[in-house]
Structures are given as C-alpha cells and as structure tokens.
Ligand binder design. Structure first.
Ligand SMILES: *Cc1c(COP(=O)(O)O)cnc(C)c1O
Length: 391
C-alpha cells in the first residue's frame, strides 16, 4: 500500500471497496497510475467519461470558463446556462430543462415534478411504480424507487407509495396500477441491475398504459443516455417519448452535472418558483462542460460511431462466448454491454486489472463494458485479448 492509499484509508469514510491502484492521469481511452502503469479503460468512471481523457477542445473551454466565472447562483442569469439548456433540449427532444449536480438529484427532481403535476391537477395521485433490479441513486427518493434490497434495507422507512414490477413484464406493471398511480419510472437499459435492455413491446406497452390511465412515464437515462446505446438517449430508439427524463453521468464528460427534462405539457402543471432548487445547478463551469460535450458529439457524429463500435463489440463478445464456457450470455447494446459469467466477478475484475484493463461488474454476475465512446476497433481487440486470457 502506497502513501496515497494510506492517506485515503485513514481519512475517508469507508464506503467503497477500492482496487489497489492510484490513478494519476489519462489520455484518450487510457489511464495511468502513479507507478506509470497504463490501463485500457472499459469503465469510463461508471459510464461518465464519454469523450475519454484530456480532450483538448473540452479542456480548453473549461479552463477559459474557470478564469471567467465558475458560480453565480440561480438568482442571476449567466452566459452559458441557456446555451447548455438549448443543447440539451435539442438532443433530448424535451421542452424544459432543470440542471442538477448528479444522477440521484435528477431522479429526486423528476419524482417531485411528477408529484407536483398530480397535486396541481388535483388528481390525488402520488404512487410510483418502479422496476425490480433498478438503480436510481442513493438519496431517499432515489433509493425508494430502487428495486434492490441491498440499497434499501438499512435506511427504512423509505418514501411511501412505491411498488415494484418485473422488468420487461407488462402484465406485472398493469397489476400494480391503481387510481393513485402518479408515475412509472424505469431505465430503458438497466445498468447496475445487470445490463438488462427493455424490449420494444415493454416500452411501447408502458407508454400506452400511461396514456390510458393518466400516468406520467419517467425514463432514467443517467447511465444509458448521452449516446451510449447509439441513440442520443436510449428511449429514442423505441418510437415513444417519456413525459419526464433524467440524465447525468456522461453529459458533462467528467465534470459533475446532471439534469432532468420534461415536456411542455408537464412543465405547465409542474414545478414553479419556490418549489424546487439547487445552489450549484446550472453553474457556468458545469454548463460549459455540457454545451461543449454536446457540440463535440454533434460535430463528430459520435452516435454513429457508437453504433459501429457497439456492433463490433457484440460480434467479438459473441465469438468469445463460443470459446469460453464460463460466458452464459452477451447483454446490452451499443457501448453499454455485458457478459453474464459463472466465474466470480471480483476475481475477473482483479485479473483484468493486473493485465492493464479496467472493467466493472453489474448485478450479481455480469461483467460490464462501458468504455469512453471514442474507442476504436483496436481497443475492442485489445480488451477481448485480455478477456480471452483471463476467462
Ligand atoms: C448512476 C445512476 C444514478 C445515480 O447517479 P449519481 O450521480 O451517482 O447520483 C441514477 N440512475 C441511474 C440509472 C444510474 O446509473
């Protein structure tokens, strides 16, 4: 254990099981530790670093903004917030944006927006239907709609009025609907739950159910959004549109920022001045990260690149599955994929680390691949070669 690990272990609340390396800098899709060892990054800091590391255009814009202004509060307009919101409107196809600082905070806002909508309409609705194996964050509202005991149990009682349906089982959702149901929240592609992709039938069925029953549909795009599936946002591949959506992780390419967005129809009856706020939300630094990230995405047509790399990754993983008995399934799409394996996840991620590959688990038995979106075929080949060796 070196000095950095020792310092961290002595001062930090022990809430993370950390790998025994100290990362120091990054370049493209590679990270370097304090010993100078190079790692191919197929984790992207939990699907965050979409543009990889040391992107010159992004960093130049961030540095310039730091010298101008980092924070003003929402009492005043700033020169960047509107531009970032316009960029998010364009790529989300939503009408109104609220900036937050994280995914969990975006989920909180989305839930509050849905409750306020019901309140103002006077419907008396307040219940949420969420999915088993979902993950929506660590704050109370977010934990309350997270469908996994490990995240919930020590913190009860949680927000009341939440029930959990089986993912990709429309009948199990229908069975939970009451005249008090306010919103249905789901990830179009579950991340933490083990890389589970919603079927078209499920997404369309939920949209129809919501329309019929007067329920709002909330898509949590914190992990699967921002180009990761080859669509700008995952729901856009299903030919439906949610009423409210959340985003965070990749939208600032590494600078902490999130947002939730809604249609004008919802906005009209939802949060008003005094209802909701956040001190840092919409600050010029985070907004520079968002508007610059979107600009680079559009200029480089990154979604098309993700589609191409995603198809290549699937092909290589399927071929690997033929060779390794311990791989049971290839899951997900785009650059959010995983393999279900019979070997213990911890052993595999540690073996990968030794070989200079960063990968993370998802759920109980899925090895997850969420690299920076700028990877090329040679990086996929390099990753597959390591997997072949260790599996
Ligand atoms: C990571 C994640 C969150 C929580 O985001 P934080 O920034 O950690 O609060 C919420 N929803 C989904 C789908 C996530 O993957």
């Amino acid at each position: 254990m070196n000095e950095y690990m020792k310092e961290t272990n002595e001062a930090l609340l022990h809430t993370y099981n950390q790998f025994s390396i100290v990362l120091e800098h990054g370049e493209g899709v590679y990270l370097y530790d304090t010993e100078g060892k190079k790692y191919l990054d197929f984790a992207a800091g939990y699907a965050v670093s979409s543009l990889g590391y040391a992107n010159e255009e992004l960093n130049t814009a961030l540095k310039a903004q730091i010298d101008k202004l980092c924070h003003t509060s929402n009492l005043y307009y700033n020169t960047v917030c509107g531009k970032a919101a316009e960029a998010l409107k364009r790529i989300t196809k939503m009408d109104r944006i609220f900036f937050t600082n994280s995914g969990g905070e975006s989920v909180e806002g989305a839930l509050k927006a849905a409750r306020k909508y019901a309140y103002k309409k006077g419907t008396g609705r307040y219940e949420f239907i969420a999915m088993k194996e979902s993950f929506h964050g660590r704050s109370f509202g977010a934990v309350s709609v997270t469908g996994h005991d490990a995240y919930r149990k020590p913190f009860g009682p949680l927000v009341p009025g939440v029930s959990f349906a089986e993912y990709n089982n429309l009948d199990s959702v229908k069975a939970l609907v009451t005249d008090k149901t306010c919103a249905i929240i789901l990830e179009p592609l579950q991340g933490e739950g083990g890389i589970n992709l919603a079927t078209e039938e499920f997404m369309k069925g939920i949209r129809e159910l919501c329309d019929k029953e007067g329920i709002l549909m909330i898509c949590d795009e914190v992990q699967c959004g921002m180009g990761r599936t080859g669509e700008m946002f995952c729901w856009q591949g299903y030919g439906i549109k949610p009423d409210i959506m959340t985003m965070a992780k990749a939208i600032g390419s590494g600078i902490p920022v999130g947002a939730f967005a809604m249609t004008e129809e919802v906005a009209e009856y939802s949060l008003e001045p005094g209802d909701h706020g956040t001190t840092y939300g919409g600050n010029p630094l985070a907004c520079t990260a968002v508007s610059k990230t979107v600009e680079i995405f559009e200029k480089e047509n990154l979604t098309a690149h993700v589609k191409e790399m995603g198809a290549y990754l699937t092909e290589k993983l399927e071929a690997l599955k033929e060779k390794c008995d311990c791989i049971k399934a290839v899951k997900g799409t785009g650059l959010m994929q995983g393999i279900q394996i019979t070997k213990p996840l911890g052993e595999v991620t540690n073996a990968a680390l030794k070989e200079g590959l960063l990968v993370i688990g998802a759920g109980a038995d899925v090895l997850r691949f969420v690299p920076p979106l700028i990877i090329e075929k040679e990086h996929v080949d390099e990753m597959i070669a390591v997997l072949e060796k260790i599996l």
